[in-house]
Design a binder for this molecule. Structure first.
Ligand code: HEC
Length: 206
């Protein structure tokens, strides 16, 4: 009887959920709404940490108005393991970029910056062959709500395609992964060309 009740209650609970508000996605695989929006991977902070950049300046559209920001990058554990083995990303890779407001005055801190609870932005770069064959897709999230794909014409795609070290991702800034990509020979030709050009420029300046 008890078991019957548990099953019934669970079913009722599931049915009662509003279809427009999907349950939070706590898996490491992508989940989409019926209209193709990506559900934000709510537990990304339990994934593998790749890097933190601070006030990186590559996007002229971001006006920081005198604020400092950290950006943290995380990847789902399955994709990380595959990258370590092969030097490139498998299908269903999800990378999360999280922007956090920096602060310098607080507690015992006298100099330098630390990260605060103020999340300024979250976006996802995803490789999912069943939905986006041959290409990665970007999603920007507003307060964790499911989001539509950022249009393919957006500058996100061109910058990542032209400058990303491995398969349109910025592995050149992910210190533990860059060495692996070098060893496995998976660096993108465009990136290698840029690196050679910078090295020549550097030696000419000497
Ligand atoms: C001018 C170049 C440029 C543009 C434009 C750009 N990015 Fe990036 N992106 C970067 C760099 C550099 C990093 C590495 C950040 C770090 O090391 O902390 C990055 C990292 C990321 C990551 C982490 C995963 C990865 O692919 O390496 C995501 C997600 C991301 N960007 C999303 C976006 C979105 C969404 C847009 C468009 C709204 C965008 N980016 C536009 C340069 C760019």
């Amino acid at each position: 009887m008890l078991r019957f009740c548990v099953v019934l209650c669970l079913t009722t609970l599931l049915l009662a959920q509003d279809a427009s508000k999907p349950a939070p996605n706590n898996s490491t695989a992508p989940v989409y709404t019926a209209d193709g929006r990506l559900v934000f991977p709510a537990n990304y902070r339990e994934w593998i940490y790749l890097t933190t950049g601070m006030d990186m300046d590559y996007n002229p559209d971001i006006a920081m108005a005198g604020h400092s920001m950290f950006d943290n990058v995380f990847v789902n554990p399955e994709a990380y393991k595959a990258f370590v083995a092969t030097g490139t990303w498998p299908d269903k890779t999800m990378l999360v970029l999280e922007g956090r407001m920096a602060a310098n005055k607080g507690s015992i801190n006298k100099s330098g910056h630390y990260q605060t609870g103020d999340v300024m932005m979250q976006s996802v770069h995803i490789k999912d062959e069943s939905r986006f064959p041959g290409k990665w897709a970007f999603f920007g999230f507003d307060g964790g709500k499911p989001s539509k794909q950022i249009p393919k014409e957006a500058v996100c795609y061109s910058c990542h395609e032209q400058h990303g070290a491995v398969d349109t991702t910025f592995v050149q800034f992910y210190p533990t992964l860059l060495e692996i990509a070098k060893k496995k020979g998976t660096l993108a030709p465009g990136y290698m060309k840029e690196e050679t050009a910078t090295a020549v420029e550097g030696s000419e300046k000497k």
